[in-house]
Ligand binder design. Structure first.
Ligand SMILES: [Zn+2]
Length: 158
């Protein structure tokens, strides 16, 4: 969960909080505008009860919307660091109903993009050289034993 929050862009976190507050305020305003929500026959707590109901409803909605916003922010940041199209995937996650877009994203997302050791730009696994600075490509697993590898080749066969 901590990692999740670290990845979500700061602007999205701020937006989620603003969103949540706005919806709670909206709930309170709605409670004021519709004082009959709180009416229960003879009870004269009308307006106060309506505002409380509005605020509670707004809070539930607000928390839900904030969580959704944070998830979209996560998809955006995660797609970006994996070399996928962040805007496209954020839209897919946002527009598919019943969180199906999120499931699709997690099912189809690419493995983490390795980065060039020299310049830090993302490079794909099949690239032999960094397309940004020309450094020989990502060393992963070490299946190709280079000249500097210990063991193999260092002892001449007699
Ligand atoms: Zn590079």
């Amino acid at each position: 969960m901590k990692k999740f929050m670290e990845l979500v862009p700061k602007g999205v976190k701020v937006a989620a909080v603003v969103w949540m507050c706005a919806i709670v305020v909206l709930g309170i305003v709605a409670g004021c505008m519709f004082p009959h929500w709180g009416d229960s026959g003879t009870c004269h707590m009308g307006v106060v009860a309506s505002v409380a109901i509005g605020a509670a409803g707004g809070l539930v909605m607000g928390v839900f919307m904030a969580a959704w916003t944070l998830c979209l922010g996560y998809v955006y940041a995660d797609a970006k660091r994996r070399g996928m199209r962040p805007v496209l995937w954020t839209l897919i996650a946002a527009l598919f109903p019943h969180l199906f877009g999120f499931l699709l994203y997690f099912a189809l997302r690419q493995p983490m993009t390795p980065r060039c050791a020299k310049c830090g730009q993302p490079v794909t696994l099949d690239q032999r050289f960094c397309s940004w600075c020309g450094t020989p490509g990502p060393v992963i697993g070490g299946s190709e034993a280079g000249p500097g590898a210990p063991g193999a080749g260092s002892v001449p066969a007699v």
